[in-house]
Design a protein around this ligand. Structure first.
Ligand code: SF4
Length: 350
């Protein structure tokens, strides 16, 4: 949901608790790109390295990112509540709430790091548990979300797509913290988020602060929209269902055409990054291409070609088959320039 909050289809499927992986398997779709086990292991090892108390890497990183004269900070791993990380979410959430509230009420040390907090967020009227791999850092009456990510910052430049995804995720934690601290001013939870990443090609961590306010606003708007789930449901024809009608052997018996017809009633918002997180990505990508949608090429292209809705229109403007209207003159110049460069490169190669 945080990766593509504009997608009504995903919102409806999530709100109804539909097993998207089962739909994808029934439709014979290829699975989305998953992180390799090697990459997952690397991420876990990096996080452990940063949070390992003996090495004390976190406090200097926060000092660097926030410009604090921070002597030390108390560290609490909420995963350690109960038996282990498999303890009930409710128990860990209760423990998280009491630690965060006592920090907010100045009943604990002024500098407190809370690792693996379990938070809740109101999603479409339901309390959803969030189990972030983040640290809530409390200092001088302000909480900051600190997120450890294993993608590198190379010569000061992280991958912007990954940064945006991380900030959108962090925005959910900021909003969840603000829900927990209802009654306190919202700015007790900062819009400034700290990402800790490996520097260059090493495992040496570096911390960078980011303003996550745009992502927080964006996600708030979509959550507010989800709270109006009845409005979204009203857009569906009566009797719409994604039930796969499993037989006695648990194999779905519902004809594929019917499942596809049910999906077609829900408005998608396909973007190329869907391939990283949604089981229905292959289906939605084909659908977006068949609809000739410019959005299928990603948000950067969609923004660059604002006002042009279809790939065919963009191509026709580029090769002169379509005359631009006054509001499309600039973008048509840019398209024709790109077309000339493309043609020159192709001629050079032949
Ligand atoms: S793959 Fe489809 S359903 Fe999933 S988020 Fe993207 S557009 Fe929505």
């Amino acid at each position: 949901m945080t990766a593509n909050p504009s997608c009504d289809r995903r919102a409806l499927l999530d709100a109804a608790g539909i097993d998207k992986d089962a739909i994808a398997a029934h439709l014979g779709l290829p699975r989305p790109l998953r992180k390799s086990q090697l990459a997952l292991d690397y991420g876990i090892a990096f996080e452990r390295q940063v949070t390992r108390q003996e090495e004390g890497a976190l406090v200097p990183l926060l000092r660097q990112a926030l410009g604090l004269a921070l002597p030390a900070a108390s560290y609490k791993d909420i995963n350690s509540v109960g038996s282990d990380s498999t303890s009930p979410m409710g128990l860990r959430h209760t423990h998280t709430s009491s630690l965060i509230l006592s920090a907010a009420r100045h009943q604990s040390e002024p500098y407190t790091l809370l690792d693996h907090p379990v938070l809740t967020l109101n999603v479409a009227g339901q309390q959803a548990y969030l189990e972030p791999d983040v640290i809530a850092f409390h200092h001088d009456d302000i909480f900051h979300i600190v997120e450890i990510k294993s993608f590198p910052v190379i010569h000061g430049q992280p991958d912007p797509v990954k940064v945006t995804a991380a900030l959108t995720q962090a925005a959910a934690y900021v909003l969840a913290m603000r829900e927990l601290l209802a009654g306190f001013p919202p700015d007790r939870v900062s819009d400034t988020v700290i990402l800790i990443n490996p520097r260059n090609f090493s495992r040496h961590p570096t911390a960078t602060r980011y303003n996550a306010a745009p992502q927080i606003r964006h996600l708030s708007r979509h959550l507010a929209r989800l709270r109006r789930m009845p409005d979204l449901l009203d857009t569906l024809p009566a009797g719409t269902t994604c039930d796969l009608v499993p037989g006695p052997d648990a194999v779905p018996t519902r004809p594929r055409d019917e499942v596809i017809a049910a999906l077609a009633t829900m408005q998608p918002h396909y973007v190329p990054t869907c391939r990283n997180h949604c089981d229905l990505a292959a289906y939605c990508r084909t659908e977006a291409r068949n609809r000739d949608s410019i959005g299928a090429l990603g948000p950067a292209v969609r923004d660059d070609l604002a006002g042009i809705d279809t790939i065919t229109a963009a191509l026709n403007l580029a090769d002169g088959h379509m005359r631009p209207t006054a509001d499309r003159t600039d973008v048509t110049h840019a398209l024709r320039h790109a077309q000339r460069i493309h043609d020159e490169l192709r001629n050079d190669n032949t």
